[in-house]
Ligand binder design. Structure first.
Ligand code: ANZ
Ligand code: ZN
Length: 812
């Protein structure tokens, strides 16, 4: 029956919003897929979850926008094109068609008319336009900088794409290379990105918020200027450090600069230069993470120079070491070994003094090797003596400010977003370089800057510069400003740029006069519920949040955050492990659908656990789900044979179950416990069957009422069965238009009470019993109670006084 209903939905445009303002609107979005091959079990899970939300809101009567598209630029297409000697678009669009067909079969409730692909010129034209808007506001700029370089993919990687020192995609060791690169100035928005998280609190998973906060990495402290003394002909100079602990200035016993920074070379005296060079070669091989790891032995070399502590006048030896990072703070630190573990490890390795300046009551760090970082009272610190940590920090900053040798400062770990890629399959950066005019944006009416169509196969292979650079007809153009000979920028944009704004495009995806329809966005945006994997906890979400703030500042939208609520679905595992080729534990989605049917697979996904948890496919039973669905469907058959409309009256016990189930399901849906909704449907199916079998028969209006509620509940996660059942029962409109059943509160009133059981006058147990329980029954339950029996032990019961339904008093 799948194909027939899928056609019906498409014909009736069941999943498209009416968009006429007659109903309250909601926007549900699943993170759009990347078109690598056909859909897999992970897609099936994520989209099953997003669909529950969308379908529930549809049933609740909202006008729901639930679109889909493809994140279709990116490296895999290019690699496949090189391998198969085709244009990347061939591979990309073929896969998109395959996935689209599978999504349709899977029955997701999305508005197909809003489909978009980021690799379509009609889309990337606006990605380029946005780049230019950022550029004109000074938020896109170029600079020379050492970048993460993947020697295998021959491309630059963003910090976020380097995982444990390896390329996220191909796991090759990442090296550094100096290149002229484009950046987005996301650091301008660091504080806003932090502040606006207040709006997300309670609606986004805590761990995602924590990861974002960490990534932005706000640190409060001070920068302090140290005078650097002249030595061996190297002139006197000054150096700033950033510290979160200016209160510990009196405990600083040495000074460290990042060994890989140019600064280290400039400082080092001729006598120590050779040692530094050798050391710098050694350091290159390690990633930032390894350098800062606490279990690596500390290494470094003396520079031959001294820094003067601005408060004490003390001379501190300057070392170059790799545990200080070149691109954080100022790339130099004042080391306080008594109170900073990394400094202490270094001091112990090179026999440098350790001076306690905060008395925390703990043992001497010089003896124990453990730095003391906690609260305490300042000692050995002149004017700071006797102060607590917070006061001492404030006082130290005052002292520095009085002497103009420093001031309070807040810094962020967040770096600007490196967005240029030396690859082909992305949106070309719409800038022209002219020898006389410099950087000239491509005029808006000449967008998009289209990718050349003739490149394919080997011509796309990475050579360290973009493949676009080799197409001279494409590269060489007239300067839009002076008309002289000029060249196009040959880099393309990071695909994270494409995905940072697609949710805005869906409000009117085919608009060809603007990137997005501000009017339509007022109706739909921001996204009410976003659904996707936790692997995007940092990058995609942070970049999207940044884009929305910039676009808001441009005046097109008036909200601060793109996604009001976020749900991270778990992974589908097999035998407790992520599915992978090498483990051979992959489960083929198509095969599962062929064997069990779409609804059974979807039901299994939703039923297995709350959506955030992982599912182990080895532990679940799509066959069991199929049996349940068949049972549910047979209810419809029975009701269909005994037509009628749900009405007052009928089996009251069944009516109570139905209304309780609908109320509980709504509560479970609101708290994202979708698995509970399946469990509740199962209970209702059983209750209805029991009612039919125990005499009331299928003609009872309560049975029809139950069966219709079953169809509505199923419509959230087993759409085909639900549709079939619904029509079988005589309806002629889609089950998604049924509306959420109204709950009769009177049927929810509790018909149980709590009975208290006392032994020798003391309460020993409480029992939930029916209001109309008999005295005999209540006495029996009381005497069987485990706590009562334990308390009585061998003592003989002398008398039992029963005041049903609320009290039992046992005299022993
Ligand atoms: C003196 C001090 C004393 C420090 C003390 C800490 C504890 P966060 O919180 O991460 O911002 N630091 C500064 N720049 C650094 C760099 N480029 N590479 C490595 N370490 C750097 O940490 C700030 C602290 O990390 C700074 O405060 C500095 O050490 C160190 F008891 O200064 B502190
Ligand atoms: Zn020019």
């Amino acid at each position: 029956m799948e194909a027939a209903w899928a056609d019906y939905w498409e014909r009736e445009r069941v999943f498209a919003p009416s968009d006429d303002g007659s109903r309250e609107r909601r926007y549900v979005l699943d993170m759009f897929p990347y078109p690598s091959g056909d859909l897999h079990m992970g897609h099936a899970e994520a989209f099953a979850m997003g669909d529950v939300v969308a379908r529930y809101w549809m049933q609740r009567g909202y006008d729901v926008l639930h679109p889909i598209g493809w994140d279709s630029f990116g490296l895999p297409a290019e690699n496949a094109a090189i391998k198969n000697d085709v244009h990347p678009s061939e591979w990309t669009y073929k896969n998109i068609e395959t996935q689209a067909a599978s999504f349709k079969r899977y029955g997701i409730a999305v508005d197909w008319s809003r489909r978009l692909h980021t690799s379509d010129p009609e889309y990337y034209r606006w990605t380029q336009w946005l780049f230019q808007q950022f550029y004109s506001r000074g938020l896109a700029y170029r600079k020379d900088s050492p970048v993460n370089w993947c020697p295998k993919d021959q491309t630059v990687l963003a910090n976020e794409q380097v995982v444990n020192g390896e390329c996220e995609r191909c796991h090759t060791r990442v090296t550094k290379k100096s290149l002229n690169q484009w950046y987005f100035k996301i650091t301008d928005y660091a504080q806003q990105l932090l502040d606006d998280m207040d709006q997300l609190e309670g609606h986004w998973p805590d761990r995602v918020l924590a990861m974002q906060r960490n990534w932005i990495g706000r640190s409060e402290g001070a920068h302090v200027t140290f005078a650097i003394e002249e030595a061996e002909g190297r002139p006197a100079t000054e150096l700033d450090v950033f510290t979160t602990r200016p209160d510990t200035l009196y405990g600083s016993t040495f000074f460290v600069v990042a060994a890989d920074a140019d600064l280290a070379v400039e400082l080092t005296t001729p006598q120590h230069a050779a040692a530094l060079e050798t050391y710098r070669e050694e350091v290159k091989a390690f990633s930032d993470i390894e350098r800062q790891s606490s279990d690596r032995p500390k290494s470094g070399v003396f520079t031959g120079r001294y820094a003067v502590n601005p408060l004490t006048g003390e001379k501190l030896p300057i070392w170059a070491a790799d545990y200080v990072l070149a691109d954080y703070g100022t790339g130099a630190i004042m080391a306080v070994p008594a109170h900073d573990q990394r400094d202490l490890d270094f001091a112990r390795a090179f026999d440098l003094p350790v001076r306690v300046v905060v008395d925390t009551g703990e043992e001497d760090p010089a003896e124990t090797g453990v730095a003391t970082a906690g609260e305490g009272v300042l000692v050995n610190s002149g004017p700071l003596d006797g102060l607590g940590k917070a006061e001492a920090i404030a006082r130290a900053i005052e002292l520095l400010e009085e002497r103009s040798t420093g001031e309070g400062q807040t810094i962020y770990r967040l770096r600007d977003w490196l967005l240029s890629r030396q690859r082909f399959w992305g949106a070309p950066i719409p800038i022209i370089h002219c020898a006389s005019c410099g950087e000239v944006p491509v005029p808006e009416d000449q967008l998009p800057v289209r990718l050349p169509e003739e490149l394919k196969g080997e011509e796309l292979a990475p050579k360290g510069s973009s493949p676009l650079a080799s197409v001279s007809e494409w590269v060489n153009v007239e300067c839009p400003s002076c008309g002289g000979p000029a060249q196009r920028d040959t880099d393309t944009m990071d695909t994270f740029v494409d995905s940072s704004w697609y949710y805005l495009r869906y409000a009117n995806p085919h608009l060809d006069t603007a990137a997005f329809d501000a009017e339509a966005l007022r109706n739909w945006a921001p996204v009410d519920q976003y659904v996707g994997g936790v692997e995007h906890a940092i990058l995609h979400l942070l970049y999207s949040r940044f884009f929305v703030k910039v676009i808001r500042d441009m005046g097109y939208i008036d909200f601060d955050e793109p996604f009001r609520a976020l749900l991270n679905q778990g992974q589908v595992l097999n035998q407790g492990k992520a599915m992978s080729k090498s483990l051979g534990n992959g489960v083929d989605l198509g095969q599962q659908l062929d064997t069990y049917g779409v609804d059974a697979v979807r039901t299994t996904m939703v039923f297995a656990s709350p959506p955030e948890d992982d599912i182990d496919w080895a532990d679940v039973s799509p066959g069991g789900a199929a049996k349940f669905l068949a049972r549910a469907w047979r209810l419809g058959q029975d009701v269909a044979c005994a037509p009628g409309t749900p009405a007052e009256g009928g089996d009251q016990a069944l009516r109570r179950v139905t209304h309780r189930t609908v109320a509980d399901a709504a509560q479970a849906l609101d708290s994202h416990k979708f698995n509970v909704v399946v469990a509740k449907t199962m209970e209702l199916v059983n209750a209805a069957r029991k009612a039919i079998d125990s005499g009331c028969g299928p003609a009872d209006p309560a049975v029809r009422e139950a069966a219709e509620a079953v169809a509505v509940l199923l419509s959230l996660y087993a759409p085909y069965t639900a549709e079939d059942l619904w029509h079988e029962m005589g309806h002629e409109t889609p089950v998604l238009r049924a509306g959420w059943p109204e709950v009769d509160q009177a049927l929810l009133v509790d018909d149980t009470v709590t009975a208290v059981v006392q032994v020798k006058g003391k309460v020993r147990d409480r029992l939930e019993v029916a209001k109309d329980i008999t005295a005999e029954e209540l006495e029996r339950l009381a005497l069987e109670s485990e706590p009562v029996r334990r308390f009585l032990g061998d003592a003989p019961v002398r008398k039992v006084i029963v005041r049903e339904p609320k009290l039992v008093n046992i005299v022993a």
